[in-house]
Design a protein around this ligand. Structure first.
Ligand code: G4P
Length: 512
């Protein structure tokens, strides 16, 4: 059963067309009936919570969610797609990184006019780090874009990947006529001038001379498609298309069902766990609090790694140590949420809870395994949090703990003094922090500059850490889990201390 799952994410630069493509994928899957519903749903969701005002003001999406849909593929088999939405904004990279730990493959969307932008490249590198194979979709070919060869070479050069064009636009921009499928030699063309065309007709047409020439060059110049190379992350198949005009989307979804890997074994500290293993296990890659401010609820998103999950089942979260019964697991369909009776490896279920489940937790029947590989990243901006009303210390601590658990910020409690420090990867996270402190915790706070420039998690024997702490109390803090962190005044400081304390590791990431 489990090999009928395709759990994937779309990575892109903001504006490349991710939302439009998501809508069209859901349409193809029959999951939604009208384009525009993804956005409409987004607005309804936004209206629920005050802090999401920032999203509206900035016109960006800061939350990520899951969309499940089914489709019968060319071989008549039903495939279940779990599309994990990642926020497109660079400032939310941490959240995005964690989401990428829960997928088996990704689609990289590139705007034909713009090529690869730095953020997309960063996301790509995370995919590579995690051996997540990538299908490339060059979008907006209905607009004037850069030459196909330039785009392909850019993907190959910037990402150090083999590229294999699977399709080719017949004309670009105003001359765009359709997509040529290299394997079958068929051209799909829009049926008339309709902007929201929802299907393709396949017919043999004579290619314009120029396109025929390009095809010859492309076939000679790029390697053939090789599924093993793709799955190993060495090659990316490239599709051209237009999300807006629903062009090349059917081919893309077919490529995911045909080529993208089914759920793969997940790493634990004691070797990988295969999806076929009988024991039910999974890990939490995201926690979202206050989705409904009236109920102070909290949804932990779990990726099922092995076994068949059944509603009501008892699983033990590694962070808690005692089993909990999961009575109301949620599955997220394009338009609805439903209570899930069963789930298979690769599926994502939402588990409502009151703070017992945390990002990085393993849930399992026997409580023996621990999934690894969900990192925390060293913050690039550190700020001191000062309260406007000093009697609110307790609320502030609770809020900082909660929000760091969600991955909105990281928090550091210095060993000496009461100057709590928050760390973020991007400026926008600070705005979200202040806004959510007010809206959800009724805490008014301001952020002040901090004497520290960066933070490093200390790893080593207890003795080595104690020895270090004795001389560096002023620069030592604890994170939310109580783990020791060296607060550095500069990058030079990190290098200096590392040299003087070779028995310690000063780590820029922390595995949760
Ligand atoms: P994002 O989620 O990656 O940020 O991108 P989104 O889908 O919102 O698309 C960004 C803009 O690009 C939108 O235009 C969208 O209509 C347009 N777009 C997406 N795919 C295509 C395509 O294949 N061809 C063309 N020509 N345009 C495309 P907008 O004007 O910013 O928004 P809207 O007013 O259309 O909603």
């Amino acid at each position: 059963m489990s090999n009928s799952r395709r759990t994937f994410a779309i990575i892109s630069h903001p504006d490349a067309g991710k939302t439009t493509l998501t809508e069209k994928l859901l349409l193809q899957g029959g999951a939604i009936h009208l384009a525009g519903e993804v956005k409409a749903r987004g607005q309804a969701r936004r209206a629920r919570s005050d802090w999401m005002k920032i999203e509206q003001q900035r016109g960006i999406s800061v939350t990520s969610s899951v969309m499940t849909f089914e489709r019968t593929d060319a071989n008549g088999e039903t495939v279940t797609f779990n599309l994990l939405d990642t926020p497109g904004h660079e400032d939310f990279s941490e959240d995005t990184y964690r989401t990428l730990t829960a997928v088996d493959s990704a689609i990289m969307v590139i705007d034909a006019a713009k090529g690869i932008e730095p953020q997309t490249r960063k996301l790509f590198e995370v995919c590579r780090l995690r051996s997540v194979p990538i299908i490339t979709f060059i979008n907006k070919v209905d607009r004037e874009g850069r030459a196909c060869f330039d785009l392909l070479d850019e993907v190959a050069d910037m990402l150090a990947l083999d590229v294999c064009p699977m399709s080719w636009p017949v004309g670009m921009g105003g001359l765009f006529q359709g997509i040529y499928d290299i394997e079958t030699g068929k051209v799909s063309r829009p049926e008339g001038p309709s902007k929201e065309f929802l299907g393709t007709i396949e017919e043999n047409v004579t290619l314009p001379e120029e396109v025929a020439e390009e095809m010859e060059l492309a076939q000679a110049g790029y390697p053939d498609f090789d599924i093993e190379a793709y799955r190993a992350g060495d090659l990316t198949p490239v599709y051209f298309g237009s999300a807006l005009k629903n062009f090349g989307v059917a081919e893309l979804i077919e490529a995911i069902s045909q080529y993208a890997p089914p759920p793969r074994p997940q790493p634990t500290d004691d070797g990988p766990v295969a999806p076929e293993d009988k024991e039910v296990s999974g890990f939490i890659f995201k926690v979202q609090a206050n989705m409904d401010p009236m109920h102070r609820d909290r949804i932990a998103f779990m990726r099922l790694a092995s076994g068949t999950f059944k509603r009501g089942m008892k699983l033990t979260p590694s962070g808690l140590g005692k089993p909990i019964a999961i009575h109301s697991p949620i599955m997220f369909f394009a338009q609805d949420r439903e209570i899930a009776d069963t789930a298979e490896p690769g599926d994502i279920i939402g588990i409502p809870n009151h703070g017992t489940l945390r990002v990085g937790d393993t849930l399992s029947e026997k409580n023996k395994i621990r999934f690894t590989g969900l990192p925390n990243f060293a913050p690039e901006i550190l700020r001191r949090v000062a309260l406007k009303d000093p009697t609110k210390t307790k609320q502030l601590r609770k809020a900082l703990d909660d929000l760091s658990e969600e991955g909105v910020i990281q928090v550091f409690y210095p060993e000496i003094g009461a100057q709590w420090i928050v760390g973020v990867v991007g400026q926008l996270q600070l705005e979200v922090l202040i806004s959510r402190l007010e809206a959800e915790y009724k805490v008014e706070a301001v952020l002040e500059s901090s004497p520290f420039d960066t933070a490093r998690w200390l790893k080593g024997t207890d003795k080595a850490i104690d020895d270090f702490a004795e001389f560096n109390k002023m620069n030592l803090a604890r994170d939310r889990d109580g783990d020791p962190v060296f607060m550095a005044r500069s990058a030079w400081d990190v290098g200096y201390q590392q040299e003087r304390n070779p028995e310690l590791t000063f780590s820029a990431t922390k595995e949760r």
